[in-house]
Design a protein around this ligand. Structure first.
Ligand code: SF4
Length: 561
Protein backbone atom coordinates (compact mmCIF):
# COMPACT_ATOMS: atom_id res chain seq x y z
CA UNK A 1 0.00 0.00 0.00
CA UNK A 2 1.33 3.42 -0.82
CA UNK A 3 1.13 6.03 1.86
CA UNK A 4 0.16 9.65 1.61
CA UNK A 5 3.02 11.86 0.50
CA UNK A 6 2.88 15.53 1.32
CA UNK A 7 3.06 17.69 -1.79
CA UNK A 8 2.40 21.14 -0.35
CA UNK A 9 2.39 22.84 3.02
CA UNK A 10 0.62 26.08 3.67
CA UNK A 11 2.82 28.84 5.08
CA UNK A 12 1.95 29.58 8.68
CA UNK A 13 -0.19 26.46 9.05
CA UNK A 14 -0.03 23.93 11.86
CA UNK A 15 1.75 21.60 9.45
CA UNK A 16 4.50 24.09 8.76
CA UNK A 17 4.92 25.03 12.40
CA UNK A 18 5.33 21.33 13.22
CA UNK A 19 7.96 20.99 10.52
CA UNK A 20 6.04 18.92 7.96
CA UNK A 21 7.53 19.35 4.50
CA UNK A 22 6.80 18.33 0.90
CA UNK A 23 8.13 14.85 0.27
CA UNK A 24 7.32 13.58 3.74
CA UNK A 25 5.61 10.18 3.66
CA UNK A 26 3.01 9.85 6.38
CA UNK A 27 3.00 6.40 8.00
CA UNK A 28 0.28 7.02 10.51
CA UNK A 29 -1.89 9.67 12.09
CA UNK A 30 -2.41 9.21 15.82
CA UNK A 31 -1.50 5.56 15.38
CA UNK A 32 -3.82 4.88 12.46
CA UNK A 33 -2.69 4.35 8.86
CA UNK A 34 -5.06 6.22 6.55
CA UNK A 35 -6.11 4.29 3.46
CA UNK A 36 -7.61 7.23 1.63
CA UNK A 37 -8.09 10.94 1.81
CA UNK A 38 -11.41 10.48 3.56
CA UNK A 39 -9.71 8.80 6.50
CA UNK A 40 -6.86 11.30 6.25
CA UNK A 41 -9.21 14.16 6.77
CA UNK A 42 -11.19 12.58 9.54
CA UNK A 43 -8.06 11.69 11.50
CA UNK A 44 -6.55 15.12 11.05
CA UNK A 45 -9.75 16.79 12.04
CA UNK A 46 -9.09 15.92 15.66
CA UNK A 47 -7.10 18.10 18.01
CA UNK A 48 -3.34 17.65 18.39
CA UNK A 49 -2.78 14.66 16.09
CA UNK A 50 0.53 12.80 16.12
CA UNK A 51 2.11 12.11 12.74
CA UNK A 52 4.63 9.39 12.07
CA UNK A 53 6.49 10.37 8.92
CA UNK A 54 9.42 9.11 6.88
CA UNK A 55 11.87 11.69 5.58
CA UNK A 56 15.03 10.72 3.76
CA UNK A 57 14.69 7.20 5.13
CA UNK A 58 14.38 8.31 8.72
CA UNK A 59 11.24 8.01 10.81
CA UNK A 60 10.13 11.15 12.62
CA UNK A 61 7.30 11.63 15.06
CA UNK A 62 5.60 15.00 14.93
CA UNK A 63 3.22 16.35 17.53
CA UNK A 64 0.91 18.75 15.76
CA UNK A 65 -0.53 21.48 17.90
CA UNK A 66 -3.91 22.50 16.59
CA UNK A 67 -7.51 22.65 17.65
CA UNK A 68 -10.12 20.20 16.48
CA UNK A 69 -11.60 21.24 13.19
CA UNK A 70 -8.64 23.42 12.25
CA UNK A 71 -7.04 22.45 8.95
CA UNK A 72 -3.61 20.89 9.12
CA UNK A 73 -2.50 22.90 6.10
CA UNK A 74 -0.97 20.11 4.03
CA UNK A 75 -1.85 18.53 0.72
CA UNK A 76 -1.12 14.95 -0.22
CA UNK A 77 -0.45 13.32 -3.57
CA UNK A 78 -3.58 11.24 -4.09
CA UNK A 79 -7.06 10.46 -2.88
CA UNK A 80 -6.70 6.70 -2.53
CA UNK A 81 -3.61 5.40 -0.73
CA UNK A 82 -4.35 1.70 -0.88
CA UNK A 83 -5.50 0.07 -4.11
CA UNK A 84 -8.38 1.48 -6.09
CA UNK A 85 -11.15 -1.10 -6.20
CA UNK A 86 -11.22 -2.17 -9.82
CA UNK A 87 -14.25 -3.32 -11.71
CA UNK A 88 -14.82 -6.99 -12.42
CA UNK A 89 -17.58 -6.39 -14.92
CA UNK A 90 -17.12 -6.58 -18.67
CA UNK A 91 -19.88 -4.43 -20.04
CA UNK A 92 -20.33 -4.40 -23.78
CA UNK A 93 -20.86 -0.67 -23.67
CA UNK A 94 -17.85 0.14 -21.48
CA UNK A 95 -16.05 3.14 -22.87
CA UNK A 96 -12.74 2.04 -21.41
CA UNK A 97 -12.72 -0.80 -23.92
CA UNK A 98 -13.32 1.75 -26.65
CA UNK A 99 -10.34 3.94 -25.93
CA UNK A 100 -7.72 4.13 -28.67
CA UNK A 101 -4.37 2.55 -27.84
CA UNK A 102 -1.41 4.53 -26.64
CA UNK A 103 -3.00 6.69 -23.96
CA UNK A 104 -1.72 6.97 -20.42
CA UNK A 105 -2.05 3.64 -18.63
CA UNK A 106 -4.12 5.16 -15.89
CA UNK A 107 -6.88 5.94 -18.37
CA UNK A 108 -7.44 2.23 -18.99
CA UNK A 109 -8.09 1.46 -15.34
CA UNK A 110 -11.67 0.42 -14.70
CA UNK A 111 -12.63 1.52 -11.22
CA UNK A 112 -15.67 0.43 -9.28
CA UNK A 113 -14.84 1.99 -5.93
CA UNK A 114 -17.47 3.56 -3.70
CA UNK A 115 -14.84 5.98 -2.38
CA UNK A 116 -14.34 7.42 -5.84
CA UNK A 117 -18.08 7.57 -6.14
CA UNK A 118 -18.18 9.73 -3.04
CA UNK A 119 -15.11 11.77 -3.90
CA UNK A 120 -15.66 12.31 -7.62
CA UNK A 121 -19.16 11.24 -8.43
CA UNK A 122 -17.97 8.13 -10.26
CA UNK A 123 -20.73 5.61 -10.75
CA UNK A 124 -20.37 2.23 -9.10
CA UNK A 125 -22.24 -0.95 -9.92
CA UNK A 126 -21.80 -2.21 -6.32
CA UNK A 127 -20.77 -5.65 -7.59
CA UNK A 128 -17.69 -5.47 -5.35
CA UNK A 129 -19.37 -3.70 -2.48
CA UNK A 130 -19.15 -5.51 0.87
CA UNK A 131 -20.73 -5.47 4.29
CA UNK A 132 -17.66 -3.66 5.61
CA UNK A 133 -18.03 -1.02 2.92
CA UNK A 134 -21.65 -0.52 3.86
CA UNK A 135 -20.71 -0.18 7.49
CA UNK A 136 -18.17 2.50 6.67
CA UNK A 137 -20.47 4.41 4.35
CA UNK A 138 -23.20 4.51 6.94
CA UNK A 139 -20.87 5.23 9.83
CA UNK A 140 -19.03 8.05 8.08
CA UNK A 141 -22.07 9.24 6.19
CA UNK A 142 -20.36 9.07 2.82
CA UNK A 143 -23.15 10.64 0.90
CA UNK A 144 -24.08 11.14 -1.85
CA UNK A 145 -23.08 8.10 -3.85
CA UNK A 146 -23.68 7.31 -7.51
CA UNK A 147 -24.91 3.91 -8.62
CA UNK A 148 -25.21 2.42 -12.10
CA UNK A 149 -28.54 0.65 -12.31
CA UNK A 150 -28.96 0.04 -16.06
CA UNK A 151 -31.86 -2.35 -15.43
CA UNK A 152 -33.79 -3.53 -12.41
CA UNK A 153 -34.29 -6.89 -14.09
CA UNK A 154 -31.62 -9.13 -12.53
CA UNK A 155 -31.16 -11.16 -15.67
CA UNK A 156 -30.78 -8.15 -17.94
CA UNK A 157 -28.47 -6.37 -15.49
CA UNK A 158 -26.20 -9.40 -15.08
CA UNK A 159 -26.08 -9.78 -18.84
CA UNK A 160 -25.25 -6.12 -19.37
CA UNK A 161 -22.48 -6.18 -16.79
CA UNK A 162 -21.37 -9.64 -17.92
CA UNK A 163 -21.16 -10.52 -14.27
CA UNK A 164 -23.53 -12.79 -12.35
CA UNK A 165 -23.20 -10.54 -9.31
CA UNK A 166 -24.90 -7.86 -11.35
CA UNK A 167 -28.12 -9.74 -10.69
CA UNK A 168 -27.88 -9.26 -6.95
CA UNK A 169 -25.69 -6.24 -6.22
CA UNK A 170 -28.60 -3.80 -6.22
CA UNK A 171 -29.43 -5.19 -2.79
CA UNK A 172 -26.74 -2.80 -1.61
CA UNK A 173 -28.64 0.06 -3.17
CA UNK A 174 -31.59 -0.81 -0.97
CA UNK A 175 -29.32 -0.96 2.08
CA UNK A 176 -27.77 2.42 1.29
CA UNK A 177 -31.14 4.06 0.79
CA UNK A 178 -32.49 2.44 3.93
CA UNK A 179 -29.48 3.84 5.76
CA UNK A 180 -30.36 7.35 4.67
CA UNK A 181 -27.58 7.73 2.11
CA UNK A 182 -28.40 10.00 -0.79
CA UNK A 183 -27.95 7.98 -3.97
CA UNK A 184 -28.13 9.14 -7.56
CA UNK A 185 -28.77 6.45 -10.13
CA UNK A 186 -27.92 6.06 -13.76
CA UNK A 187 -29.20 4.01 -16.64
CA UNK A 188 -26.95 3.78 -19.68
CA UNK A 189 -29.31 2.87 -22.47
CA UNK A 190 -28.08 0.53 -25.18
CA UNK A 191 -30.54 0.32 -28.06
CA UNK A 192 -31.98 -3.14 -28.44
CA UNK A 193 -30.73 -4.17 -25.00
CA UNK A 194 -32.31 -2.10 -22.23
CA UNK A 195 -34.48 0.43 -24.03
CA UNK A 196 -38.17 -0.02 -24.85
CA UNK A 197 -40.02 -2.30 -22.48
CA UNK A 198 -36.88 -3.04 -20.45
CA UNK A 199 -36.49 0.66 -19.74
CA UNK A 200 -40.16 0.96 -18.87
CA UNK A 201 -39.80 -1.96 -16.46
CA UNK A 202 -36.72 -0.33 -14.93
CA UNK A 203 -38.53 2.93 -14.33
CA UNK A 204 -41.38 1.00 -12.74
CA UNK A 205 -38.89 -1.06 -10.72
CA UNK A 206 -37.25 2.08 -9.35
CA UNK A 207 -40.59 3.38 -8.18
CA UNK A 208 -41.41 0.04 -6.63
CA UNK A 209 -38.08 -0.82 -4.98
CA UNK A 210 -36.02 2.35 -4.75
CA UNK A 211 -38.48 5.22 -4.39
CA UNK A 212 -36.08 7.19 -2.21
CA UNK A 213 -33.48 7.30 -4.98
CA UNK A 214 -32.54 10.98 -5.32
CA UNK A 215 -32.37 11.10 -9.11
CA UNK A 216 -32.12 8.78 -12.07
CA UNK A 217 -30.14 9.88 -15.12
CA UNK A 218 -30.97 8.14 -18.37
CA UNK A 219 -28.03 8.52 -20.73
CA UNK A 220 -27.15 7.05 -24.11
CA UNK A 221 -24.14 4.83 -24.60
CA UNK A 222 -21.13 6.26 -26.35
CA UNK A 223 -19.75 4.36 -29.31
CA UNK A 224 -16.27 5.22 -30.47
CA UNK A 225 -14.74 3.97 -33.69
CA UNK A 226 -12.54 1.71 -31.56
CA UNK A 227 -15.39 -0.36 -30.17
CA UNK A 228 -15.42 -4.08 -30.95
CA UNK A 229 -18.87 -5.09 -29.77
CA UNK A 230 -21.08 -5.72 -32.78
CA UNK A 231 -24.31 -5.35 -30.79
CA UNK A 232 -23.42 -1.88 -29.60
CA UNK A 233 -24.52 0.97 -31.85
CA UNK A 234 -25.62 4.58 -31.44
CA UNK A 235 -29.28 5.47 -31.08
CA UNK A 236 -31.28 6.53 -34.08
CA UNK A 237 -33.19 9.79 -33.83
CA UNK A 238 -36.44 7.83 -33.45
CA UNK A 239 -34.97 5.75 -30.62
CA UNK A 240 -33.75 8.91 -28.90
CA UNK A 241 -37.22 10.43 -29.21
CA UNK A 242 -38.75 7.28 -27.71
CA UNK A 243 -36.44 7.53 -24.70
CA UNK A 244 -37.33 11.21 -24.23
CA UNK A 245 -41.04 10.40 -24.43
CA UNK A 246 -40.76 7.58 -21.93
CA UNK A 247 -38.74 9.62 -19.45
CA UNK A 248 -41.15 12.52 -19.65
CA UNK A 249 -44.14 10.22 -19.14
CA UNK A 250 -42.48 8.69 -16.11
CA UNK A 251 -41.49 12.10 -14.81
CA UNK A 252 -45.14 12.94 -14.57
CA UNK A 253 -45.89 9.61 -12.93
CA UNK A 254 -43.14 10.11 -10.35
CA UNK A 255 -44.37 13.63 -9.79
CA UNK A 256 -47.86 12.34 -9.09
CA UNK A 257 -46.70 9.57 -6.77
CA UNK A 258 -43.53 10.94 -5.15
CA UNK A 259 -43.96 14.64 -5.61
CA UNK A 260 -40.75 14.95 -7.63
CA UNK A 261 -39.66 14.10 -11.13
CA UNK A 262 -36.78 11.76 -10.26
CA UNK A 263 -35.94 10.62 -13.81
CA UNK A 264 -34.37 12.78 -16.49
CA UNK A 265 -33.17 12.08 -20.00
CA UNK A 266 -29.70 13.33 -20.90
CA UNK A 267 -29.36 16.51 -22.92
CA UNK A 268 -27.89 14.44 -25.69
CA UNK A 269 -31.18 12.68 -26.20
CA UNK A 270 -32.88 15.99 -26.86
CA UNK A 271 -30.18 16.94 -29.33
CA UNK A 272 -30.39 13.57 -31.07
CA UNK A 273 -34.17 13.68 -31.20
CA UNK A 274 -34.23 17.28 -32.38
CA UNK A 275 -36.44 18.21 -29.44
CA UNK A 276 -36.27 21.46 -27.47
CA UNK A 277 -34.79 21.13 -24.02
CA UNK A 278 -37.23 21.09 -21.10
CA UNK A 279 -37.71 24.37 -19.26
CA UNK A 280 -34.92 25.15 -16.82
CA UNK A 281 -37.30 24.90 -13.86
CA UNK A 282 -37.84 21.25 -14.73
CA UNK A 283 -34.36 20.48 -13.50
CA UNK A 284 -34.79 22.09 -10.09
CA UNK A 285 -31.34 22.98 -8.88
CA UNK A 286 -29.73 20.82 -11.56
CA UNK A 287 -28.67 17.92 -9.33
CA UNK A 288 -27.55 15.87 -12.31
CA UNK A 289 -25.79 18.66 -14.13
CA UNK A 290 -22.51 16.81 -14.10
CA UNK A 291 -24.15 13.83 -15.75
CA UNK A 292 -25.24 15.86 -18.72
CA UNK A 293 -28.76 16.39 -17.48
CA UNK A 294 -29.89 19.99 -17.85
CA UNK A 295 -26.43 21.16 -18.73
CA UNK A 296 -27.56 23.04 -21.81
CA UNK A 297 -30.23 24.89 -19.87
CA UNK A 298 -27.86 25.60 -17.00
CA UNK A 299 -25.27 26.99 -19.40
CA UNK A 300 -27.88 29.15 -21.03
CA UNK A 301 -29.11 30.43 -17.68
CA UNK A 302 -25.59 31.22 -16.58
CA UNK A 303 -24.89 32.93 -19.88
CA UNK A 304 -27.85 35.29 -19.66
CA UNK A 305 -27.74 35.72 -15.91
CA UNK A 306 -24.10 36.84 -16.05
CA UNK A 307 -25.17 40.18 -17.50
CA UNK A 308 -27.60 40.69 -14.67
CA UNK A 309 -25.16 39.85 -11.93
CA UNK A 310 -27.28 36.93 -10.75
CA UNK A 311 -26.33 33.32 -10.57
CA UNK A 312 -27.76 31.10 -13.21
CA UNK A 313 -28.62 27.49 -13.06
CA UNK A 314 -27.38 24.86 -10.79
CA UNK A 315 -25.98 23.94 -7.99
CA UNK A 316 -20.77 13.05 -10.68
CA UNK A 317 -18.78 11.11 -13.29
CA UNK A 318 -18.82 7.79 -14.09
CA UNK A 319 -16.18 5.83 -12.58
CA UNK A 320 -17.80 2.90 -13.80
CA UNK A 321 -17.28 4.21 -17.21
CA UNK A 322 -20.53 3.67 -18.53
CA UNK A 323 -21.53 7.06 -19.71
CA UNK A 324 -19.95 10.04 -21.35
CA UNK A 325 -20.87 13.42 -20.22
CA UNK A 326 -21.28 16.12 -22.65
CA UNK A 327 -18.44 17.80 -20.96
CA UNK A 328 -16.65 15.06 -19.24
CA UNK A 329 -15.87 11.47 -19.48
CA UNK A 330 -18.09 8.73 -18.55
CA UNK A 331 -16.44 5.67 -19.51
CA UNK A 332 -19.53 3.72 -19.81
CA UNK A 333 -21.39 4.22 -22.88
CA UNK A 334 -23.54 7.13 -21.92
CA UNK A 335 -22.89 10.57 -23.16
CA UNK A 336 -23.33 13.50 -20.92
CA UNK A 337 -22.08 16.97 -20.85
CA UNK A 338 -20.55 17.70 -17.57
CA UNK A 339 -18.53 20.52 -16.18
CA UNK A 340 -16.26 18.51 -13.98
CA UNK A 341 -14.24 20.02 -11.24
CA UNK A 342 -10.99 18.59 -12.42
CA UNK A 343 -11.50 17.52 -16.00
CA UNK A 344 -11.69 14.32 -17.90
CA UNK A 345 -10.74 11.23 -15.90
CA UNK A 346 -10.07 13.62 -13.11
CA UNK A 347 -9.08 11.14 -10.48
CA UNK A 348 -6.71 8.90 -12.35
CA UNK A 349 -3.77 11.24 -12.59
CA UNK A 350 -3.45 11.83 -8.91
CA UNK A 351 -6.31 13.36 -7.07
CA UNK A 352 -5.76 16.91 -5.93
CA UNK A 353 -5.93 16.73 -2.19
CA UNK A 354 -6.69 20.41 -1.89
CA UNK A 355 -10.24 19.61 -2.77
CA UNK A 356 -10.88 17.69 0.37
CA UNK A 357 -11.03 18.68 3.95
CA UNK A 358 -12.92 17.27 6.80
CA UNK A 359 -14.75 19.70 8.98
CA UNK A 360 -15.37 18.93 12.53
CA UNK A 361 -18.85 19.09 13.90
CA UNK A 362 -18.51 20.59 17.35
CA UNK A 363 -19.35 18.05 19.99
CA UNK A 364 -19.78 15.23 17.52
CA UNK A 365 -16.27 14.37 16.51
CA UNK A 366 -15.29 14.43 12.91
CA UNK A 367 -18.02 13.85 10.41
CA UNK A 368 -20.44 12.04 12.61
CA UNK A 369 -23.40 14.28 12.45
CA UNK A 370 -24.98 12.74 9.45
CA UNK A 371 -25.18 16.11 7.84
CA UNK A 372 -23.74 16.56 4.42
CA UNK A 373 -22.72 19.86 2.95
CA UNK A 374 -23.35 19.65 -0.74
CA UNK A 375 -22.52 23.21 -1.46
CA UNK A 376 -18.81 22.60 -1.49
CA UNK A 377 -16.19 24.07 0.76
CA UNK A 378 -13.39 26.44 0.05
CA UNK A 379 -10.78 24.36 -1.67
CA UNK A 380 -7.65 26.09 -0.56
CA UNK A 381 -5.35 24.87 2.11
CA UNK A 382 -6.40 27.70 4.30
CA UNK A 383 -10.06 26.86 4.17
CA UNK A 384 -12.06 28.25 7.00
CA UNK A 385 -13.90 25.45 8.77
CA UNK A 386 -17.65 25.45 8.65
CA UNK A 387 -19.78 23.83 11.29
CA UNK A 388 -20.88 20.96 9.12
CA UNK A 389 -19.65 17.51 8.35
CA UNK A 390 -17.29 16.42 5.66
CA UNK A 391 -17.54 17.57 2.09
CA UNK A 392 -15.33 15.81 -0.33
CA UNK A 393 -16.57 16.68 -3.73
CA UNK A 394 -15.36 19.79 -5.38
CA UNK A 395 -17.91 22.34 -6.37
CA UNK A 396 -18.58 23.48 -9.92
CA UNK A 397 -16.01 25.84 -11.15
CA UNK A 398 -16.49 29.46 -11.69
CA UNK A 399 -13.61 31.72 -11.92
CA UNK A 400 -11.41 33.81 -14.08
CA UNK A 401 -10.19 32.42 -17.32
CA UNK A 402 -6.63 31.37 -17.66
CA UNK A 403 -4.60 31.79 -20.75
CA UNK A 404 -2.24 29.24 -22.12
CA UNK A 405 -0.19 31.85 -23.87
CA UNK A 406 0.07 35.51 -23.08
CA UNK A 407 -2.05 37.72 -25.27
CA UNK A 408 -1.20 41.05 -23.73
CA UNK A 409 -0.62 43.71 -26.28
CA UNK A 410 -2.95 42.13 -28.82
CA UNK A 411 -5.82 44.30 -30.11
CA UNK A 412 -8.92 43.87 -27.95
CA UNK A 413 -11.30 43.78 -30.88
CA UNK A 414 -9.99 40.66 -32.53
CA UNK A 415 -12.62 38.19 -33.76
CA UNK A 416 -13.35 35.46 -31.24
CA UNK A 417 -13.56 31.77 -32.07
CA UNK A 418 -15.08 29.48 -29.41
CA UNK A 419 -13.91 25.91 -29.90
CA UNK A 420 -16.17 23.14 -28.66
CA UNK A 421 -17.36 19.65 -29.44
CA UNK A 422 -20.28 18.75 -31.67
CA UNK A 423 -22.87 18.83 -28.90
CA UNK A 424 -21.43 21.93 -27.35
CA UNK A 425 -21.61 23.68 -30.70
CA UNK A 426 -25.30 22.84 -30.99
CA UNK A 427 -25.90 24.48 -27.62
CA UNK A 428 -23.53 27.43 -27.88
CA UNK A 429 -24.11 28.59 -31.44
CA UNK A 430 -27.65 29.93 -30.84
CA UNK A 431 -26.53 31.65 -27.63
CA UNK A 432 -23.64 33.43 -29.27
CA UNK A 433 -25.72 34.36 -32.27
CA UNK A 434 -28.40 35.91 -30.06
CA UNK A 435 -25.84 37.65 -27.90
CA UNK A 436 -24.33 39.27 -30.96
CA UNK A 437 -27.75 40.26 -32.28
CA UNK A 438 -28.72 41.88 -28.99
CA UNK A 439 -25.35 43.52 -28.58
CA UNK A 440 -25.55 44.93 -32.07
CA UNK A 441 -29.06 46.25 -31.42
CA UNK A 442 -27.81 48.06 -28.37
CA UNK A 443 -25.02 49.55 -30.40
CA UNK A 444 -27.51 51.12 -32.76
CA UNK A 445 -27.14 48.41 -35.34
CA UNK A 446 -23.47 49.07 -35.77
CA UNK A 447 -22.03 45.66 -36.44
CA UNK A 448 -18.54 47.08 -36.43
CA UNK A 449 -18.74 48.00 -32.76
CA UNK A 450 -19.46 44.44 -31.65
CA UNK A 451 -16.66 41.93 -32.00
CA UNK A 452 -17.13 39.02 -34.29
CA UNK A 453 -17.75 35.91 -32.22
CA UNK A 454 -18.34 32.49 -33.66
CA UNK A 455 -18.59 28.93 -32.43
CA UNK A 456 -16.15 26.53 -34.03
CA UNK A 457 -17.16 22.88 -33.91
CA UNK A 458 -14.28 20.48 -33.43
CA UNK A 459 -15.17 17.07 -34.90
CA UNK A 460 -13.85 14.28 -32.72
CA UNK A 461 -11.67 12.23 -35.06
CA UNK A 462 -9.59 10.91 -32.18
CA UNK A 463 -12.39 8.73 -30.86
CA UNK A 464 -14.63 8.77 -33.89
CA UNK A 465 -18.03 7.15 -33.71
CA UNK A 466 -20.74 9.20 -32.08
CA UNK A 467 -18.48 10.96 -29.62
CA UNK A 468 -19.40 14.62 -29.62
CA UNK A 469 -18.78 15.66 -26.04
CA UNK A 470 -16.47 18.57 -25.42
CA UNK A 471 -14.72 16.87 -22.53
CA UNK A 472 -13.43 14.18 -24.86
CA UNK A 473 -11.78 16.51 -27.34
CA UNK A 474 -8.19 15.55 -27.99
CA UNK A 475 -5.45 18.04 -28.68
CA UNK A 476 -4.84 16.60 -32.10
CA UNK A 477 -8.40 17.41 -33.17
CA UNK A 478 -8.25 20.92 -31.76
CA UNK A 479 -4.93 21.40 -33.54
CA UNK A 480 -6.38 20.20 -36.84
CA UNK A 481 -9.13 22.81 -36.69
CA UNK A 482 -6.84 25.60 -35.57
CA UNK A 483 -4.31 24.85 -38.30
CA UNK A 484 -6.74 26.10 -40.91
CA UNK A 485 -8.16 28.90 -38.77
CA UNK A 486 -7.10 32.47 -39.55
CA UNK A 487 -4.24 33.81 -37.44
CA UNK A 488 -4.66 36.83 -35.21
CA UNK A 489 -8.06 35.84 -33.78
CA UNK A 490 -8.78 34.99 -30.17
CA UNK A 491 -9.43 31.30 -29.76
CA UNK A 492 -11.17 30.05 -26.64
CA UNK A 493 -10.86 26.46 -25.43
CA UNK A 494 -13.05 25.27 -22.52
CA UNK A 495 -11.04 24.00 -19.58
CA UNK A 496 -13.08 20.81 -19.47
CA UNK A 497 -10.85 19.57 -22.30
CA UNK A 498 -7.83 19.58 -20.04
CA UNK A 499 -6.69 17.57 -17.07
CA UNK A 500 -3.52 18.65 -15.38
CA UNK A 501 -2.95 21.11 -18.20
CA UNK A 502 -3.06 18.46 -20.91
CA UNK A 503 -5.54 17.20 -23.40
CA UNK A 504 -6.54 13.58 -23.26
CA UNK A 505 -3.90 12.67 -25.83
CA UNK A 506 -1.16 14.35 -23.83
CA UNK A 507 -0.91 17.49 -25.96
CA UNK A 508 -0.66 20.82 -24.20
CA UNK A 509 -2.30 24.07 -25.29
CA UNK A 510 1.16 25.48 -25.98
CA UNK A 511 1.60 22.88 -28.73
CA UNK A 512 -1.42 24.08 -30.70
CA UNK A 513 -0.77 25.94 -33.94
CA UNK A 514 -2.54 29.08 -32.69
CA UNK A 515 -2.46 30.72 -29.26
CA UNK A 516 -5.55 29.82 -27.27
CA UNK A 517 -7.17 31.04 -24.09
CA UNK A 518 -8.38 28.39 -21.67
CA UNK A 519 -11.69 29.48 -20.22
CA UNK A 520 -13.92 27.99 -17.52
CA UNK A 521 -16.63 25.75 -18.93
CA UNK A 522 -19.65 27.71 -17.85
CA UNK A 523 -22.04 30.19 -19.33
CA UNK A 524 -21.20 33.10 -17.07
CA UNK A 525 -17.49 32.96 -17.89
CA UNK A 526 -18.20 32.97 -21.61
CA UNK A 527 -20.70 35.80 -21.32
CA UNK A 528 -18.37 37.91 -19.22
CA UNK A 529 -15.59 37.37 -21.70
CA UNK A 530 -17.76 38.35 -24.65
CA UNK A 531 -19.12 41.39 -22.85
CA UNK A 532 -15.64 42.48 -21.88
CA UNK A 533 -14.52 42.18 -25.48
CA UNK A 534 -17.52 44.19 -26.63
CA UNK A 535 -16.92 46.79 -23.93
CA UNK A 536 -13.31 47.11 -24.97
CA UNK A 537 -14.30 47.46 -28.58
CA UNK A 538 -16.88 50.14 -27.78
CA UNK A 539 -14.34 52.03 -25.72
CA UNK A 540 -11.83 51.80 -28.54
CA UNK A 541 -14.41 53.24 -30.93
CA UNK A 542 -15.08 56.30 -28.73
CA UNK A 543 -13.32 59.56 -29.44
CA UNK A 544 -10.19 60.07 -27.41
CA UNK A 545 -10.96 61.20 -23.85
CA UNK A 546 -14.56 59.93 -23.90
CA UNK A 547 -15.59 57.77 -20.97
CA UNK A 548 -16.56 54.23 -21.89
CA UNK A 549 -19.14 54.24 -19.11
CA UNK A 550 -22.44 52.97 -20.37
CA UNK A 551 -20.80 50.63 -22.79
CA UNK A 552 -22.14 47.22 -23.57
CA UNK A 553 -21.06 45.57 -20.35
CA UNK A 554 -23.09 47.81 -18.13
CA UNK A 555 -25.98 48.14 -20.47
CA UNK A 556 -26.54 44.44 -20.87
CA UNK A 557 -28.01 44.28 -17.41
CA UNK A 558 -31.64 43.57 -17.93
CA UNK A 559 -31.29 41.48 -21.03
CA UNK A 560 -34.49 39.57 -21.23
CA UNK A 561 -34.47 35.84 -21.23
S1 SF4 B 1 -18.82 0.22 -17.89
FE1 SF4 B 1 -18.19 0.46 -15.76
S2 SF4 B 1 -18.94 -1.40 -14.78
FE2 SF4 B 1 -18.89 -1.81 -16.95
S3 SF4 B 1 -16.92 -2.75 -17.38
FE3 SF4 B 1 -16.71 -0.56 -17.73
S4 SF4 B 1 -15.94 0.25 -15.81
FE4 SF4 B 1 -16.80 -1.78 -15.37
Amino acid sequence: MSRPVVVAVEPGSAAEIAGLAPGDEVLSISGVTPTDVIAWQLLLDEADPTLEVVRDGHEIVMEIAKDAGVPLGAEVHAAIFDRVQTCDNHCEFCFIYQLPPGLRRSLYLKDDDYRLSFLYGNFTTLTRFTELDLERVLDERLSPLYVSIHSTDPVVRARMLRNPRGATSLRWLSALLDGGIEVHGQVVVCPGVNDGQVLADTLAGVLDRYPSLATLAVVPLGVSSHQREPAMRPHTAAEAAAVVDMCEQWQQHYLDVLGRRLVFAADEYYLLAGRPFPAAETYGDFPMHEDGIGMAQAFSQEFWAAAEGTSGGRGGHDGCDSGLRVDDRGSDGGIRQRAPAAGFFSWVDGAPAQGYRAVRVPGHGANRSGEIDLDGLPLSLGSTPKPVSVTLRTSPRRGPSTTSRPTDGEPANRPIGILTGTYGAAVLAPLVKRWRFEATSREGGSITSVPEARVIEVPNQFFGGNIGVTGLLAGVDVAAVLASAPPGHRYLVPDVCLSGGKFLDGMTPAELPRPVEIVPTNGSALRELLDAAAGAQSAAALPSGTSPAGSLTSRTAGVSR
